[in-house]
Design a protein around this ligand. Structure first.
Ligand code: AMP
Length: 219
């Protein structure tokens, strides 16, 4: 195995937070890495190669070992249920997964819930003893109750702005979410020194658990 650490990085809103955390941990990641459209980026300064992945695919790349480690939200980790090690709670990209609906929602005969997270949502409603039909969508979940596809949705809430702008309300929080560092099982053994050194460096700069849970979550 080469000494280069292959890192599956989540493209989009979490990437900037992840690269900022890596830099704070002392890794030399040139600024132009943040703006390139390349999907495989060599970062020799940090002894890494970034694989720019759709967040939902990060655990897949790591499970199959084409990436040694990855950064991914706990939401994706629970939903995808891949065979990977979860090494660290990075405390970034805090939000919560919630049940959301129109303000005048009342339980109807046919309850439909739209979500990007059918596994997590189904388990939640089963545990609550609520019979619902879960409908999988891939984005703009907030549309579903507005146009009558579903009574409620299960989605992530960060500031609450998306809900407010669409006249929706957060009904129940299901899970607090943050990003995690994950590792391939074989890589974790074969590149243990490098991965452990990275974990130690990150641990110096990630917020303490108290700060993570208190966080900047707003309704
Ligand atoms: P907000 O308007 O700040 O409450 O953000 C809510 C929207 O952003 C929803 O469409 C969410 O799916 C998405 N979102 C919020 N936080 C995250 C996150 N940490 N990871 C992925 N998507 C998120």
């Amino acid at each position: 195995m080469s000494d280069i650490l292959k890192v599956a990085m989540p493209k989009g809103r979490i990437y900037k937070k992840a690269s900022k955390l890596f830099r704070e941990a002392g890794l030399d990641i040139p600024v132009d890495v943040d703006d390139t459209r390349k999907l495989v980026i060599e970062v020799p300064e940090a002894g890494m190669e970034f694989i720019m992945a759709k967040p939902v695919d990060v655990p897949t790349y790591v499970e199959y070992g084409v990436a040694d480690i990855g950064i991914v939200g706990k939401d994706v980790l629970l939903e995808e249920n891949r065979d990977v090690y979860e090494l660290l709670n990075l405390g970034i990209a805090q939000c919560r997964m919630s049940v959301i609906g129109l303000p005048d929602w009342t339980p109807g005969i046919q309850q439909r819930v739209a979500t990007k997270y059918p596994r997590i949502a189904s388990q939640y409603f089963r545990e609550q003893g609520q019979q619902v039909e879960v409908i999988k969508l891939n984005g703009s979940i907030e549309l579903a109750p507005l146009i009558g596809l579903a009574d409620r949705i299960v989605d992530l809430v960060e500031t609450g702005q998306t809900l407010r702008e669409n006249g929706l309300v957060e009904m129940t929080g299901i899970l607090d979410i943050t990003s995690r560092l994950i590792a391939n099982r074989v890589s974790y053994r074969m590149k243990n020194g490098r991965i452990q050194a990275l974990c130690d460096a990150l641990q110096q700069v990630i917020p303490s658990p108290n700060e993570i849970s208190a966080g900047n979550l707003q309704g």
